[in-house]
Design a binder for this molecule. Structure first.
Ligand code: FNR
Length: 226
């Protein structure tokens, strides 16, 4: 898709300013910084997706204040508990509601998403009418050792997020093949071209969050700052 007629994808053009100067700046309802909840779809302690998530947090532009939202303590979703959510689910909904955006970093399990992630989304989306993901700008990314790099799982996740009415960043897509040592113990990406790509991804996500929050102020009308 080209927006500027130059033939190059807008968000891949490094020379383009990411924040509009002049009168356009006044149209932003949500000034930075933006709080971003990072959900890792894997609950494994040795998760390569958590490694990737930590690296992405380190590469994020200063406008994005990222912190993890954990999903490993949740019971299995049970609609009989809609009237009395367990504390872990209440906390999940609070964290998602208060975040300006959600970044999901997930493996692909059996050509879909892990059950733990689906379970968290189910809790977050209920009770009916109280969907915490509604209008929440979402970035989706993942890594796997295989060449497909979680592409099929991400497509399933996009279907789910679409139903949850969460605007998604469709460009840039990121399907990262994980090779041993790609992210070191200091959360640094060791392959320069991948590091550059992931930095570009986070810059594009920053841009996306700004744009979504500009046209879709938070449901309660509050600003990011307030
Ligand atoms: C996998 N794996 C996998 N990989 C893939 O590319 N496509 C797939 O459909 C699956 N399916 C799958 C199912 C199950 C149950 C497991 C445990 C694993 C392999 C997967 O990519 C690999 O284990 C990653 O290391 C998982 O990510 P984390 O947990 O390390 O972040």
């Amino acid at each position: 898709m080209t927006l500027d007629g130059s033939g190059s994808p807008r968000s891949l053009d490094p020379s383009r300013p990411r924040v509009q100067a002049g009168p356009m700046a006044e149209t932003y309802h949500h000034e930075p910084p933006y709080t971003i909840g990072v959900i890792c779809g894997s609950i494994a302690a040795s998760s390569i997706n958590r490694r990737l998530a930590r690296a992405l947090i380190k590469l994020a532009p200063p406008a994005l204040q990222c912190s993890f939202i954990e999903i490993d303590q949740l019971d299995l979703y049970d609609r009989d508990r809609d009237d009395a959510y367990p504390p872990e689910a209440v906390e999940l909904k609070r964290a998602i509601t208060e975040a300006d955006g959600i970044l999901i970093v997930t493996p692909e399990y059996n050509r879909s998403i892990p059950g733990a992630l689906k379970n968290a989304i189910d809790w977050a989306s209920r009770p009916y009418g109280e969907n915490a993901l509604n209008r929440k700008p979402v970035g989706i990314i993942g890594t796997s050792p295989g060449g497909i790099g979680t592409a099929v799982g991400q497509q399933h996740l996009k279907t789910i997020m679409s139903f949850c009415n969460a605007p998604m960043m469709n460009e840039i897509e990121a399907y990262v093949q994980y090779k041993d040592g790609l992210v070191d113990d200091d959360d640094d990406v060791t392959v320069e071209s991948t590091k550059e790509f992931l930095s570009t991804y986070m810059a594009a996500y920053d841009d996306f969050v700004r744009r979504v929050l500009t046209v879709l102020p938070k449901a309660d009308g509050s600003t990011a700052a307030g």
